[in-house]
Write a protein that binds this ligand. Structure first.
Ligand SMILES: *[C@@H]1O[C@H](CO)[C@@H](O)[C@H](O)[C@H]1NC(C)=O
Ligand SMILES: *[C@@H]1O[C@H](CO)[C@@H](O)[C@H](O)[C@H]1NC(C)=O
Ligand SMILES: *[C@@H]1O[C@H](CO)[C@@H](O)[C@H](O)[C@H]1NC(C)=O
Ligand SMILES: *[C@@H]1O[C@H](CO)[C@@H](O)[C@H](O)[C@H]1NC(C)=O
Ligand SMILES: *[C@@H]1O[C@H](CO)[C@@H](O)[C@H](O)[C@H]1NC(C)=O
Length: 538
């Protein structure tokens, strides 16, 4: 990690920094560089020369001040998967909220990890940059006073897993732009390395925390430690019941952390990561190296589940909140009784794939999203008409033929809504909502109907920011819309997102108060039809 303490003068310019909470400064230079994770050289996106990028370590309520210098030859943005940015969608770093940082320019993100703990990641959000790198881990530690429901581990590792292509991001993007699907990926990386490239050194007898994020482009991945058990402790900021698993599914865009005790003979062991629900199955391995090891890894890596959906569904249902453990605050996680609140509305979102004008597109409720040149958040703020229409996406599947639009769904601040993700396709889907953490109250096979509400978990479901939806299945979530802003709702199946499977949820408060939403940052980049405006009235 590189933390650069900037000058006090710079601090004064950052009017949004919450004075009482500590600030951490990061100075990041984004460059292209040669990487060869699968043995062939390709163009990667590096953060301060690193692939993957450096981890962000922080503590609940810290302000993160991240000056991103774009030294690429193309526009660039970073987004923060799971960082809620309360009242502050201005810093979300997606095309709907921020102007791209032009080549050779910089932009300073100012975020606060308000009331959050847990394991997350950042990623490059524009074009198909995610296929080239520009991602890294984010860990938010609890404040010292707040008890954690397990003993301090002897070490804490970031494990970024994801499927990978040997083709560069420009080639993949060009293929998608031509209206073609992407082929099956070429391999799986662990921390940017191919087979046995990543190694984790541990001491015998000790217990370590592993924070796993699936930063890949589409595949659900299963991770397992040869000869060892994994005790799940956290998913995306929720402390879970500490169940023990022999392997865990981590779907695209998801993060979790677990403890592993080094209680086996002193030797090296495989950490195996393989694709789920695919034929063929891709597999890679990393090395768990005991510091007193007398033997290298050899033989076949441990096998895992492959196409079994029920296995995965049952595992997902076993992942629940420890109601008595604390989260970011001293009071127990169970003190917010989400199951006792009446929902004010139901939104149903159905994904689909279709050819539109002869090209492959992907849609939500029949709308395939196309970005506008003016970020939606800026168009909203400056009241620039003609950029998007509220209600340009229905809150229920319409059965219409797929079409292109810049889809924005309106929602009321403080509403408590039920969202049903309906997946009638044979692929595994993964949905993410920026700005929020939501309760995953139910998932099952078939078509959702109101009768399914009887099987919801209204007691100890986990709150997280990304949920899978199994093939020909549905997933139901509850979310308290308590964060004003323009928030991206997206498929984490990256080619699908790129070709339109996303939209923006505009959570609106008619009261124009900084208690509900921060003012536009003074350093906001302005582009499209917002170019030349002033960020603040003088
Ligand atoms: C970023 O890195 C490039 C290549 O090393 C270098 O030329 C450039 O000066 C760096 N920019 C900043 C802002 O550090
Ligand atoms: C760009 O970086 C400089 C310091 O290197 C900083 O003073 C300036 O505010 C940054 N620009 C933006 C738009 O954040
Ligand atoms: C990306 O891949 C394409 C197709 O293989 C190739 O023509 C191009 O030179 C590559 N670009 C870089 C920067 O490696
Ligand atoms: C739940 O958290 C408490 C700490 O509040 C801990 O003592 C207990 O072991 C945890 N229970 C499970 C099942 O993980
Ligand atoms: C929820 O709705 C039920 C039935 O309409 C009603 O009886 C109950 O009072 C409501 N609860 C709350 C907390 O508003």
């Amino acid at each position: 990690m590189r933390v650069n303490v900037a000058s006090l003068a710079f601090l004064c310019f950052l009017s949004l920094v919450h004075g009482d909470d500590p600030s951490r400064f990061f100075n990041w230079n984004i460059t292209f560089g040669n990487i060869y994770p699968l043995g062939v050289p390709q163009q990667g996106i590096l953060v301060n020369g690193q692939f993957p990028g450096p981890d962000i370590y922080c503590v609940t309520n810290d302000n993160l001040i991240i000056n991103v210098h774009n030294s690429l030859t193309e526009p660039f943005l970073i987004s923060w998967n799971g960082i809620q940015q309360r009242r502050n969608s201005w810093e979300d770093g997606v095309y709907g909220t921020n102007c791209p940082i032009p080549p050779g320019k910089n932009f300073t993100y100012i975020l606060q990890v308000k009331d959050q703990i847990g394991s997350f990641f950042y990623f490059s959000s524009l074009d198909f940059h995610k296929a080239a790198g520009g991602f890294g881990g984010i860990r938010i530690l609890s404040r010292p006073r707040i008890p954690i429901p397990f003993s301090d581990p002897s070490g804490d590792f970031t494990v970024l897993i994801g499927d990978w292509y040997k083709a560069n991001h420009t080639a993949l993007k060009a293929r998608l732009d031509r209206g073609k699907k992407l082929p099956f990926p070429d391999g799986i990386l662990v921390n940017g390395r191919g087979p046995n490239g990543a190694s984790f050194t541990v001491d015998p007898g000790k217990t370590y925390r592993f924070r796993v994020s699936n930063v890949g482009l589409q595949n659900s991945l299963n991770i397992r430690f040869q000869g060892h058990k994994m005790k799940l402790v956290e998913v995306e900021g929720t402390h879970t019941l500490q169940n023990t698993y022999s392997s865990l599914d981590v779907h695209a865009g998801q993060s979790c952390s677990f403890l592993v005790t080094m209680d086996q003979l002193p030797q090296d062991y495989y950490i195996a990561v393989s694709t789920r629900f695919t034929d063929p199955v891709l597999i890679t391995t990393a090395v768990l190296h005991y510091s007193n090891s007398g033997r290298r890894v050899n033989g076949p890596p441990p096998g895992g589940p492959t196409i079994q959906i029920d296995w995965s569904l049952n595992q997902a249902k076993s992942i629940r909140t420890n109601l008595t453990a604390s989260g970011p605050r001293p009071n127990p996680q169970g003190s917010y009784h989400y199951g006792m609140i009446n929902t004010s509305s139901t939104i149903r979102l159905a994904n689909s794939a279709a050819l539109v004008n002869g090209k492959q597109r992907y849609a939500v409720n029949s709308v395939s999203f196309i970005p506008s040149e003016t970020p939606l958040k800026l168009a909203d703020y400056y009241k620039i008409s003609g950029v998007f229409r509220l209600g340009s996406i229905s809150d229920n599947p319409t059965g219409q033929k797929e079409y292109l639009d810049t889809s924005v769904m309106p929602a009321d601040f403080r509403a408590f809504v039920e969202i049903i993700f309906e997946n009638k396709e044979s692929i595994i889907q993964s949905w993410h909502l920026d700005g929020y953490s939501f309760w995953v109250v139910g998932m099952d096979g078939g078509q959702w109907s109101p009768a399914n509400r009887k099987e919801y978990n209204l007691r100890d479901a986990v709150a997280r920011c990304t949920t899978q939806v199994y093939p020909r299945s549905w997933t139901a979530i509850y979310v308290a819309l308590d964060n004003v802003g323009m928030w991206n709702v997206r498929s984490e199946f990256w080619a699908r997102r790129y070709l339109g499977q996303q939209f923006y949820l505009r959570v609106y408060s008619p009261v124009n108060s900084i208690r509900d939403e921060y003012p536009i940052p003074k350093n906001a980049l302005l582009c499209g039809r917002a170019a030349g405006r002033h960020t603040r009235p003088l």
